[in-house]
Design a protein around this ligand. Sequence first.
Ligand SMILES: [Zn+2]
Length: 235
Amino acid sequence: MARKLAQAMLQAWEDGCAAQAGERGLILLRLAEPTLSDAACRALSVGRRDAALLGLHERMFGPIARALVDCPACAEPLELDVPLAAIRVAPPEDVSEHFELTREGQTLAFRLPTAGDLADPVGASAGGLARLCLLEPNAPTDPATVEALEAAIGAAVNLHDPQAVVSLAFDCPDCAAHWRSPFDIVEFLWRGFDRLAGDLLAEIHVIASAYGWGEDQILALSPQRRRRYLGLIGA
Ligand SMILES: [Zn+2]
């Protein structure tokens, strides 16, 4: 891994360690789309964020994600290799930025959820995502209307931002149970980052302990040189 990428990766890992999932999604998105401004990253729909994160996963960890789940019926642990190409959904053309829910004579305008909404603490609270997506000055307080709005946003995502709602089909070989689970690219990518950061820090630790060099100096070494030094140290 080139020095700049290794440093950016370690920084993203450090920033994301204590973050909630939506913030991690935004941190990883900035790494996936380094030419986009922070505002442009926040404004991407969740499906477009996930498409960019699939690309980052492919570049850093290859085209297959390994899913590990326990069967909900018999608790048998299962592994499923997921080719990322198979869960890519072509983005719909001409996605509207404005949707409407009409209910009891009242029309409420809303937009699709974005990467910024998921990273916003309001978005993680009950009914918060619907409030963030509402394009009206006054949010409805009547629970039935809030529920209808959440359902309308969900339907709009299914239809107009399908990459945001990918799920995987599992078959248990032990008990023949069949079920679907949502596929969360942020979780997969984060697990890979966590592993990679751990490996990189362990390499730095071994080389620093042997030679007394600093972290920056060690990260500036090419992976080939780092491996050669680790070999000489006998690690
Ligand atoms: Zn089972």
